[in-house]
Design a protein around this ligand. Structure first.
Ligand SMILES: Cc1cc2nc3c(=O)[nH]c(=O)nc-3n(C[C@H](O)[C@H](O)[C@H](O)COP(=O)(O)O)c2cc1C
Length: 155
């Protein structure tokens, strides 16, 4: 008998934001290192998601078995590369919105920069004012824009 309850295995999604403590000159390599580690760990943990970095903020969705998401988020919360980690929303999810490779895309890719520029034109970005739904919408939009760009690049 497994000691893991069914609810700890059911699909959960958690969306949070935090303030980056990476120096601007270290941002690109820092984010790449985070993503490299995340791909390896998340694959093992059956976690998917997407990390967006904009104007010194991190915004990330994590989805997978509840216990795995909680454990990964515990590790992420203790990471000295960011501070002020705040959960925007967490709870059961009906289906995955992100795929394994959505996390893989380099966060400072051209499309991400374009999305960043669009956000910047709308004024100061304040993730604390986003609802969980709005944050998830932003991340799924980014997923779509990245996928479109990847298709155009391959075509
Ligand atoms: C903004 C941010 C997002 C992160 N996202 C993930 C993630 O999705 N998965 C993960 O395993 N680690 C993530 N990390 C890294 C973890 O905080 C931690 O360094 C890593 O999981 C430790 O892995 P290890 O025990 O295999 O060395 C993230 C870190 C930061 C700062």
């Amino acid at each position: 008998m497994s000691s893991v309850s069914p609810s700890s295995r059911s699909l959960h999604r958690l969306v949070y934001f935090s303030r980056s403590l990476l120096r601007p000159e270290d941002l690109e390599t820092g984010v790449e290192a985070i993503i490299r580690r995340s791909i390896d760990n998340n694959r093992i943990d059956n976690i998917t998601g997407l990390l967006f970095c904009h104007d010194g903020w991190f915004l990330q969705a994590l989805e997978g078995p509840a216990l795995a998401v909680q454990t990964a988020f515990g590790r992420i919360g203790r990471d000295p590369r960011h501070e002020g980690v705040k959960v925007l929303g967490a709870g059961p999810a009906e289906q995955r919105l992100f795929r394994e490779w959505d996390m893989c895309a380099r966060t400072l890719s051209m499309v991400d920069q374009e999305v960043s520029r669009t956000l910047a034109r709308r004024g100061a970005f304040d993730p604390a004012r986003l609802s969980a739904e709005a944050a998830t919408r932003l991340l799924t939009t980014l997923r779509t824009v990245r996928a479109d760009a990847a298709r155009r690049f391959v075509a």
